[in-house]
Structure formats: structure tokens, C-alpha cells
Design a protein around this ligand. Structure first.
Ligand SMILES: NC(=O)c1ccc[n+]([C@@H]2O[C@H](COP(=O)([O-])OP(=O)(O)OC[C@H]3O[C@@H](n4cnc5c(N)ncnc54)[C@H](O)[C@@H]3O)[C@@H](O)[C@H]2O)c1
Length: 273
């Protein structure tokens, strides 16, 4: 567990909370860990490497290890989960991590959140969730049929013009799962707000392949116009994640908050919200 300094005091000052952050070793997850520890919270980091709980969220066995690892690290009491682990590869593994890994994380940790104080959960989606996707892949995800979803993704991966639908499909499915369950007895009924953020282009290792070349940057600027910020720093997303996972977020649930420098507005216009 990561913590700097003594726990925050009682009496008007927020108390330290226990957070689980997935994808904590890099990018948005890592920036979120830094912000939470600077605020004196306890953070249990989860990732494939360099984390308190080392687990592979692409497999059912790894997901079970992740949940058990968090239970061992926290004693089974968690105040907030921020699920940032993800891949942006045009491959089936992206489906396994982004959708099935994230859903398993949230479902597996939900009983520990129920034991927490002012529990909150946030998933990291993407502005890609409103871009073109593959309906069969989204449906297979939402049906919870991982073998079929991986099969559909393997077919999409075989052709260049369909491979790019894999990532957007995982994020569309994740948003829909989140909105489907957020108001159920298990989440809203248990007083656990569940929300998503939809970042635009964030400067992390995930996007380095594009942002490190002039051609890649020009491509991204065209596909993801961000008039407010240009490409963002991970800290700009972390600040919103930390708010959504805080006690102060008491009434917002089932929302996808686009932290995207304006790409949602540019691409979808004034009538989408
Ligand atoms: N960077 C962007 O522009 C951008 C934009 C929109 C959404 N996102 C989303 O933000 C999240 C974080 O992305 P990032 O930019 O910080 O990327 P990143 O590559 O810097 O970090 C992702 C982290 O997830 C971990 N991870 C990947 N597969 C895993 C697995 N099988 N098991 C456990 N951990 C695993 C990686 O090890 C890594 O530490 C992702 O869900 C991504 O889809 C990123």
C-alpha cells in the first residue's frame, strides 16, 4: 500500500480513505495514485507489474487473483475503486482487459465496497465510446460471453478497416454496462455511485506510438479535436477521477463524464448529452 505522511485528521478535514487503482503502474492510473497519496489517502495499486497486487486482468484466473490480492491487502474493506487498466491494441486482448477485466474488477470488489465508507467506483472509458463500433462485439460483451467476444474480435483484427473497431467497441460496451447496473439494487441500492470518465487523447505510453511523430499527431488531431486543451496530461484526467471517487460525489451515478478538451462537443454537437 502506498501512503505518504500521517492520516488526515478528523474534525472538518476529510478522513483518509482506502482506494484501489487498477492500471496503477502507468499513465492515468499512475497520475491518479500520485494525486491520492498527495491527499493522504491509502492506495492499493493493481497492475500486471510494479504494483501492490500484481495480477493479469486479461484472464479469469488473473481476475480472481486480483480480487483475492485486494482482499488480502485491505482486509476486505475498500472505500473506492478506480479502474484504469486498459489496452488500445487492435487485438482480442483489448476486449479481455478493457471490458471483461474491468467488469470483473468492479463486480469482484463490490462486496468490499459495500463494507466501505462512502463507497464509490469509477471506470476509465474513452471518447472512443461514441465513435464507430462493431455491434456484434458490443452485444457479445454485454451478454457476458467472453469466448464469443474474443472470437468476434479475432475476426475484426484480421482486417485493417475493422481492427480499429475493437477498442471503441470495448469502451461502448463498458459505458452501457455501467449505465445498465448503476441504478440497480447492487449499486445505487447499496449507495455506491458508479460512473465513468471518457478521456480524449492523453499523453501516456498508450498514445506514444502516435504522438511521437508529426504524422501521428496530425492524425489524432483530426480524429479527436480538442480545442480546449490539445492533447492532455494524465493529471487532468486524474483530478476528475479523484472527485468522482470522493465522498463529495454523493449524487452522480451512471454518468460518462467526457474529459476530452471538447472533442465530444466538436464531434457530436450541441444536442448530445
Ligand atoms: N491515453 C489516452 O489517450 C486514453 C484516452 C482515452 C481512454 N484511455 C483509457 O485510460 C486507461 C489508462 O490508459 P493509459 O493511457 O494510462 O495507458 P497506459 O498504457 O499508460 O497504462 C495502462 C496500464 O494498464 C495496465 N494493464 C494493461 N493490461 C493489463 C492487464 N492485463 N492486467 C493488469 N493491468 C493491465 C498496464 O500495465 C498499464 O500500467 C485505459 O483504460 C485507456 O483505454 C486512455
Amino acid at each position: 500500500m502506498t501512503r505518504t505522511g500521517p492520516p488526515a485528521a478528523h474534525g472538518g478535514i476529510a478522513m483518509a480513505r482506502t482506494y484501489v487503482v487498477t492500471g496503477a503502474a502507468s499513465g492515468i492510473g499512475r497520475a491518479t495514485v500520485h494525486l491520492l497519496t498527495a491527499l493522504d489517502h491509502v492506495v492499493v495499486t493493481l497492475d500486471r507489474h510494479d504494483a501492490d497486487v500484481v495480477a493479469d486482468l486479461s484472464t479469469p484466473a488473473g481476475r480472481a487473483e486480483a480480487v483475492e490480492g485486494v482482499r488480502a491487502a485491505t482486509g476486505g474493506i475498500v472505500d473506492a475503486v478506480i479502474a484504469s487498466a486498459g489496452l488500445a491494441l487492435p487485438e482480442p486482448a483489448t476486449v479481455a482487459v478493457n471490458y471483461f477485466g474491468t467488469v470483473a474488477t468492479l463486480e469482484g470488489l463490490r462486496p468490499m465496497l459495500a463494507a466501505g465508507t462512502h463507497p464509490r467506483a469509477v471506470v476509465v472509458s474513452s471518447m472512443a465510446s461514441f465513435q464507430a463500433n462493431d455491434a456484434a462485439l458490443v452485444d457479445a460483451c454485454l451478454a457476458g460471453d467472453e469466448p464469443h467476444a474474443l472470437e468476434v474480435a479475432a475476426k475484426l483484427a484480421g482486417a485493417e478497416d475493422t481492427a480499429n473497431l475493437i477498442y471503441s467497441s470495448t469502451k461502448a460496451a463498458l459505458n452501457r454496462w455501467m449505465r445498465r447496473v448503476a441504478t440497480t439494487p447492487e449499486w445505487a441500492g447499496a449507495h455506491v455511485p458508479l460512473n465513468a470518465v471518457g478521456p480524449g487523447v492523453v499523453l501516456t505510453p498508450m498514445t506514444e506510438g502516435w504522438t511521437s511523430s508529426a504524422e501521428g499527431r496530425a492524425f489524432l488531431e483530426q480524429v479527436v479535436p480538442m480545442p480546449l486543451t490539445g492533447f492532455m496530461a494524465p493529471e487532468q484526467v486524474a483530478a476528475v477521477l479523484v472527485f468522482l471517487a470522493s465522498e463529495e460525489n454523493s449524487a452522480m451515478t451512471g454518468q460518462v463524464v467526457f474529459v476530452d478538451g471538447g472533442s465530444d462537443v466538436v464531434l457530436r454537437g450541441e444536442t448530445a448529452w
